[in-house]
Write a protein of this length. Structure first.
Length: 369
């Protein structure tokens, strides 16, 4: 592997722009978690995962190697090129045996690579962190196996941080049981009422009325990107009574963001499910089964329970409403977007039929908790 063939900017964490809100409690949690094997920052798009990790990196007492991953890195050899080169930014001319394996015409067995990499990282002279940003692009079983082995046998000097929109298949239940993982999730990254107000009031020549602030916080549910986009939209409006009506309507900035960053990235069967169930303020698998017609179910070959589990596991703006994982809802702004798209995807008759099926289900089963 030649480092000049790698994109050097992928070893740089994102630049912190102006108006970054301090997240002192979360940064302290990350610092305390450095003494476990893994830190997992997992949340939907726009929750400030990379920003938080970068803020922590700036204050971290030890060296941090950073890699921003993309879909082109979803191959073991390519992934290892970036992984080892990132460590090389801290420890130049290190991991020589691993580098030799990567330079061979053909990679040796995965177990051999893992063993040599584990031994060489354990021999590094001082503590360090390797942060893997945008890890949701990685789906390769070989990469998962390599990292699982690395986590299992990693030395106390090394800490792994994964920043992702989806939970990785890396034995999280066992890591939780042994207190070896620190998890930061959407609920942690949401702005509190106080944080949201402070964020929205930054650089505002005229303070926003309390009613406007409350509307913004309620509609975004503390979602950082939503608040940022709402604040951008406010720049085009004077603070007038008409502003409240504008805030209660769909916002084109947020709609565009959710379309490009979230909905358009989903497989067709997931998109169809999201649109079909968007008419529901809360839903369970049984209700979704009734709502979907036979053609939808046959086309996806996946039950509603399986799809809902996928939505939750991939942080797709879907939240559980009970400890048993039976009832769920979408983020309010996400549901609004889905409803808008559903009205242009389905005919009025198709939408009416879905409403009728939902109504019949509630009439038969009631509002089961």
């Amino acid at each position: 592997m030649q480092t000049q063939t790698l994109i050097q900017t992928k070893f740089q964490s994102p630049a912190l722009g102006p108006n970054i809100l301090p997240r002192r409690q979360l940064i302290e949690r990350l610092e305390h978690g450095r003494y476990r094997k893994l830190t997992l920052i997992s949340a939907p798009a726009g929750y400030g995962k990379s920003v938080l990790a970068t803020m922590w990196q700036k204050e971290c007492a030890c060296a941090v190697a950073w890699v921003s991953l993309d879909k082109n890195d979803n191959q073991l050899s390519r992934f290892l090129d970036y992984f080892t080169a990132a460590i090389g930014t801290i420890f130049p001319n290190s991991l020589e045996k691993t580098q030799a394996l990567l330079s061979a015409p053909q990679l040796p067995p995965l177990e051999t690579i893992a063993t040599i990499l584990i031994n060489e990282t354990a021999a590094l002279p001082r503590p360090f962190v390797i942060a893997l940003d945008d890890f949701h692009f990685i789906t390769s079983p070989d990469i998962y196996k390599l990292l699982a082995a690395l986590i299992k046998h990693q030395s106390d000097e090394m800490h792994l941080m994964i920043i992702t929109r989806e939970d990785p298949l890396l034995g999280l239940p066992h890591l939780r049981a042994t207190n070896q993982v620190t998890e930061i999730r959407a609920n942690d990254l949401r702005f509190t009422q106080e944080e949201a107000v402070a964020f929205l009031q930054q650089n505002q020549e005229t303070p926003l009325p309390e009613t406007v602030l409350n509307t913004l916080v309620d509609r975004t549910e503390g979602w950082p990107a939503g608040l940022r986009l709402m604040r951008l939209a406010l720049q085009a409006y004077e603070i007038t009574p008409a502003l409240q009506a504008h805030l209660n309507s769909s916002n084109r900035y947020i709609t565009s963001y959710l379309l490009d960053e979230v909905l358009a990235q989903q497989p067709p069967d997931i998109q169809k499910f999201l649109l079909s169930t968007s008419i529901l303020d809360r839903f369970c698998p049984a209700l979704c089964d009734v709502l979907r017609n036979e053609d939808e179910v046959a086309a996806s070959n996946t039950s509603s329970r399986e799809i809902i589990d996928t939505l939750v596991q991939t942080n797709l703006f879907t939240f559980s409403l009970d400890p048993h994982g039976e009832w769920f809802r979408y983020h309010h702004l996400f549901q609004e977007l889905l409803l808008i798209r559903a009205k242009t995807t389905f005919t009025p008759a198709q939408l009416a039929a879905r409403h009728k099926r939902a109504s019949d289900w509630y009439a038969e089963y009631g509002n089961i908790e």
